[in-house]
Design a protein. Structure first.
Length: 523
């Protein structure tokens, strides 16, 4: 059974704190969702701001290939014909094949928030849907506060969705707007809604009780055929349901043989879920959520030595699915708690796992370094370089002679300058660069000194920088741990440095990051 996936990242997701999409961002995300076989993509409310109106103009000129584009709006204004409502005209001008209309289901919201009688609210729903259908649009009706409204006044809540269905809505979507409904209530009231109307049902949940995924699955099991949500769970307050998690659960975990993301060629795009999740994070300029189910960097990460020993024998012993099914990968973390199994697993890709003496040295070094404040869970690149150094297979691409950084005030603004002197091959390189801070300036100076010999560094950039005080009781003399996340077009990697001086700790992590990039590109 195919479950329709309706994405509202560009509208409901954009209402999340810290989320702000440009026009180009919205177009890029819409096209990526379309490529992966999403059924519906909601682009926004065309009357709310010029950016949404321009988005619909762009997509009208270059339509999506698979997904149906949806414009979002509200029921007509009270005391006004639908044909005369500016909101209705804006929805029609968006030229989308589908219009999604939100209306009041809860009697309290109709009378106290919207300020209309219960009869007028029903007329607003009926008139709006009927008018848009008459204009040739498919209408999806979002029943706002559906579950709260049904619990408060089931007779009236039923009348609201019946009004939409009778006026021609193709889908009634039950919205858990406040995110406070429990899964057993969702299942019960989905069945009640199915008995009240003869049109298909959808589900739209929020995550205020961290039950959005469970509620969506409960609705589908009870008969809903469409799930509305956002990529990565972006949205107001605690967010909307994460479509990535919902789709993975529906397609890979449920026994009912649900299908999602069919692009019309008989295949699905589940293996691109991790890529999609990270793509949207990147567009939104937000950090990945490492513990995100299925697609997070930690979703299939193993640290306990017993766990790693087991997965080396049988992967499914500590993994509920094959990570490749969602485009993710297994990671083995290294720490003083891990034991030999983790070291061997990490060294396998270097083909060094059979050198018992080397594994002993690596484990001993890990324990010593972690005692000094190092952690390698988020610094696999530094671990790989460490193993190569202990194995005698690492050849540095450059050697430091000296570096120097200064920060001075110019015109009341801080300006940072870094100087690096390196030996590259038989030549000495001496470069100066400015940056937003010491690390940025050092990175810029390093690149100036190295890019002529290693042009691939142009593809690499630092996208995260974290500093953690290790022994805070030492006050300003405390050691700090610096973790740098770097990325190129083929992936990302982490490196770590520890020192009492934050610049030296940063330098160590920065050098590891560049050396790792050069090693992997030249291998």
């Amino acid at each position: 059974m195919h479950i329709q996936i309706y994405d509202t990242t560009l509208r409901d997701g954009a209402q999340g704190e810290g989320v702000n999409f440009s026009l180009e961002d919205k177009v890029l995300i819409a096209r990526r969702l379309d490529e992966l076989g999403f059924d519906f993509i909601e682009g926004g409310y065309p009357l709310s701001n010029p950016k949404d109106a321009q988005f619909f103009q762009r997509l009208a000129a270059e339509p999506l290939q698979h997904a149906k584009l949806c414009a979002f709006g509200m029921t007509r204004r009270r005391g006004m014909d639908a044909a005369d409502d500016p909101g209705m005209q804006a929805l029609l001008e968006a030229q989308t094949p589908v219009v999604t209309i939100v209306g009041k289901t809860h009697d309290f919201h109709a009378t106290e928030v919207l300020g209309v009688s219960l009869e007028e609210n029903l007329a607003m729903i009926r008139d709006t849907v009927a008018y848009l259908v008459e204009q040739g649009r498919e209408v999806i009706y979002d029943a706002e506060h559906f579950f709260d409204g049904w619990k408060a006044n089931p007779k009236y809540a039923a009348q609201t969705i019946q009004a939409a269905a009778e006026a021609g809505a193709s889908m009634i979507v039950m919205c858990d707007t406040n995110g406070g409904t429990l899964p057993e209530e969702v299942a019960e009231l989905t069945a009640a809604a199915a008995a009240a109307v003869d049109v298909p049902l959808g589900i739209h949940t929020h995550n205020d009780c961290e039950l959005a995924v469970a509620n969506s699955l409960a609705a589908v099991d009870a008969g809903a055929v469409q799930v509305q949500g956002t990529i990565n769970g972006f949205g107001e307050r605690c967010g909307n349901v994460d479509l990535v998690t919902v789709m993975a659960n529906l397609a890979l975990k449920k026994k009912q043989d649900y299908q999602v993301l069919s692009a019309g060629n008989g295949t699905t795009s589940l293996a691109h879920l991790t890529e999609l999740s990270r793509y949207v994070y990147e567009i939104a300029n937000m950090n990945f959520r490492n513990n995100q189910p299925f697609v997070g960097a930690s979703a299939f990460a193993h640290k306990g030595g017993m766990h790693v020993h087991a997965i080396n024998k049988v992967a499914r012993s500590y993994e509920h699915i094959d990570p490749a099914a969602v485009g993710n990968e297994r990671r083995v973390l290294v720490s003083e708690l891990s034991g030999r199994s983790n070291i061997i697993a990490m060294a396998t890709k270097l083909n060094l796992q059979n050198d018992k003496a080397l594994m002993d040295r690596v484990l001993g070094q890990i324990v010593e370094l972690e005692n000094r404040g190092y952690q390698f869970e988020a610094a696999e690149a530094s671990f790989e370089i460490l193993v190569k150094k202990l194995a005698g297979t690492f050849t540095p691409h450059f050697e430091l002679v000296k570096y120097h950084t200064i920060v001075e005030s110019r015109g009341g603004q801080p300006v940072t300058e870094a100087t690096v002197k390196l030996v590259v091959g038989d030549e000495v390189r001496h470069e100066v660069a400015e940056g937003d801070g010491p690390v940025n300036a050092l990175d810029a100076a390093l690149r100036k000194a190295l890019t002529a010999d290693f042009p691939m560094l142009a593809d690499m950039h630092l996208f995260d920088y974290k500093v953690r005080v290790i022994n805070s009781e030492a006050a300003t003399a405390a050691s700090v741990r610096v973790v740098i996340e770097s990325r190129d077009e083929r992936g990302s990697w982490g490196t770590v440095g520890v020192h009492e001086n934050v610049i030296e700790a940063s330098w160590a992590a920065l050098v590891d990051s560049i050396e790792y990039k050069l090693c992997k590109d030249q291998s």
